[in-house]
Design a binder for this molecule. Sequence first.
Ligand SMILES: [Mg+2]
Length: 416
Amino acid sequence: MLPNRRSCLKAALAVPLLSTARGRADEPPRAAAERIAKAMEAPVLRTEGLDRPVAIRSMELLRNGREFLVRVRSDDGAEGLSVANSMHLIHTYPIFLNRVAPFFRGKDARGLEPLLWELYRHDDNYKYQGLALWVCVAAAEFAVLDLLGKVAGKSIGDLLGGTQRREIAVYRASGNRGNTPEEEVAYLKEIVAESGAKALKFRLGGRMSRNADSLPGRTEALIPLVREAFGPETTLYADSNSSYDAAEAIRIGRLMEEHGYAFYEEPCRFDHLEETKAVADALTIPVAGGEQEFSEERFRWMIANRGVDVVQPDLHYYGGFIRSMRVARAAHEAGMLCTPHMSGSGLGYLDAAIFASCIPNPVPFTEYKGSADVPASSDTSSLKVEAGTIRVPSGPGFGIVIDPTYVREAKPVTTT
Ligand SMILES: [Mg+2]
């Protein structure tokens, strides 16, 4: 069953088989599980060439309007800057200020990777595990990576093992529910035309809705209608956001198979791993999931047990590039593909593109939800999606300059 499903996955995602197929059909399950666990534990961060300590002197949280930035400075005066996931940090920033930023002060930034584990243990931080902790850790990790990149003269992709591609094709994702199928098709036409994307994603079901649709019959009408409107050349993905139980998810998935969809995201409640696996086992369309996942052990389980076919860590919700890269590499070891879930706000689309530029096993299209909320420029990229593709910057760190006036006008955030 599994090799068959894997072949279907490759066919549906149009990825050359040899580029990712590392599953071994005759291997005992235990040996495969050990191989996957080892891939997940292997170090990610490359610090060659950083011969002297990069001591962190300060880590500040800044705010300009709704957006949050993190600025980290070393004793030598080097600086790293990141754009946080403001949509969630606005509610969780005391965790950043009280539990995350103070931990990094005085530490050698070159030890970032082992420090992530120490931070997780430190002062019982693991008890806060979930988006509330990991969005804060990701904001810090991004800034430290930018700092290290600037000191080493390397891009983030190169710090994470090496940029493998710089032109990232995107899929345009719609966030609508509750509109009519005809209205949604008109909207999809508009946003796909703006971006030039060759792939798109829209929403099915009612979101955590126990099988109820957002409008009666919307999903069954929309699946064939979108295919008809965009023709056979467009790659179509759809996301139920945890709408269904397994039986209903399979019924909807069959309809997607009939119309040649390329993946089916979060068919069942995101934390119902058995039901999600049952759907992945039953269908030939690849099942994608993982945007809400925050546990390394559960991701490892999902990969080792083929609980989904495509893993989707969110760089912010899951705590940063390094942890997400471990998931991508473990999935690669299992012959599975990975695609980042894109968080809204900030520069989420750029973070996702950078990740897709350096993982071994991306799907052909990476998520894009529209333009940036923070003014930034780059010498090596327009930072825009043009003809359905974004070029990943090649300069040190993120390879971008955030408008200095915007940064100057951002005010330090404190808990008092
Ligand atoms: Mg989703």
